[in-house]
Design a protein around this ligand. Structure first.
Ligand SMILES: N[C@@H](CCC(=O)N[C@@H](CS)C(=O)NCC(=O)O)C(=O)O
Length: 307
């Protein structure tokens, strides 16, 4: 089977969500470390403009957004499952809530604490990325509010663990745990054991759970360079994708479209529609460095428009 190649950087919390899934499934994978700000010259030929972290590559197929990356890992390596039988919807809904709500509150907490120490290039990049000026003084002033908001959300997960279950959906870890690990890990590694209060201070069950999550590890990574990953893509042929003709969007195979995230890093990717389901939308594009490449996105959270 073709290698799983993760384009990521060590301090990226959304990447940690995927790395812990590799740990759960004890998978071997290739690790390509990308810059944490633009430009990302070895990533753009693969994604066609999508700039967020992480990105999963398998040959000439590129999977954007952890929502889809996790489903793709599950499809290729179903055991042990990230989506427990009968609880697939619960696991995905919890992950969506955590990714879209808790994560951003936790960013407010961390950036309020360390924003002033970050390089100007990072602040400028994140202003472009989010469409809002990165103002370290404002973030610092708002930090107590962000902390309360994060706690008010985390407490719901804390409540789930109060009956003594080891993981959010029961006896074994699932996608929901990988998703919660993202902001919890971020708070733990970036806030450290310093003097600044953390929203986790009042969540003892989550802290206990975090020790179990940490023990899962990250599977078996092996380093790969960006150039090697581009060579892999060039030598491979994209897998065939399927179009659901009854999709209510009315989108048709062969149509030229753009796909754009609806929240941050809103860079449109242009290509020809080759795959469509409830879950994903796939476009083929050609790049002079890598040849034909198929880029896959989740449906939720992405805007699709005629090119
Ligand atoms: N919805 C995306 C969010 C990914 C995201 O926001 N990642 C952060 C890093 S953890 C990012 O892309 N930051 C800007 C960058 O790395 O250039 C996903 O689930 O993958």
């Amino acid at each position: 089977m073709a290698d799983l190649i993760l384009h990521h950087y060590p301090s990226s919390p959304f990447s940690e969500k995927v790395r812990v899934a590799f740990g759960l499934k004890q998978l071997a994978w290739k690790s390509v470390v990308i810059p944490n700000i633009m430009p990302k010259p070895d990533l753009m030929p693969l994604t066609g403009g999508y700039r967020k972290t992480p990105v999963l590559q398998v040959g000439a197929d590129i999977y954007c957004d952890t929502q889809l990356i996790m489903l793709e890992i599950e499809r290729r390596y179903p055991k042990p499952p990230l989506l427990p039988v009968g609880q697939e919807g619960e696991a995905r809904a919890l992950a969506m809530w955590i990714d879209r709500t808790i994560f951003w509150s936790a960013v407010g907490v961390v950036m309020g604490a360390i924003g002033g120490q970050l390089p100007e290039a990072f602040k400028k990049d994140r202003s472009d990325f989010s469409g809002r000026s990165f103002d370290a003084d404002r973030l610092k002033a708002m930090q107590p509010f962000a902390r309360e908001q994060t706690h008010a959300q985390l407490v719901l997960a804390e409540q789930m663990l109060r009956d003594g279950r080891p993981f959010l959906l029961g006896a074994v870890p699932s996608l929901a745990d990988c998703a919660l690990w993202n902001p919890v890990w971020f708070l733990q590694v970036r806030m450290g054991a310093g003097d600044t209060p953390s929203p986790l201070d009042r969540c003892p069950k989550i802290v206990e759970w975090s020790h179990r999550m940490k023990a899962i590890g990250s599977g078996k990574p092996a380093e790969m360079t960006g150039a090697e990953a581009l060579d892999v893509a060039k030598a491979a042929t994209p897998e065939s994708a399927k179009i659901d003709d009854k999709d209510p969007s009315g989108l048709k195979a062969g149509q030229k479209i753009t796909v754009t995230p609806d929240d941050t890093g809103k860079v449109p990717v242009t290509g020809t529609l080759v795959g469509l389901s409830n879950e994903r939308i796939s476009i083929i594009r050609s790049d002079e460095r890598v040849g034909d490449i198929v880029v896959h996105f989740p449906r939720a959270g992405f805007l699709v428009q005629p090119a």
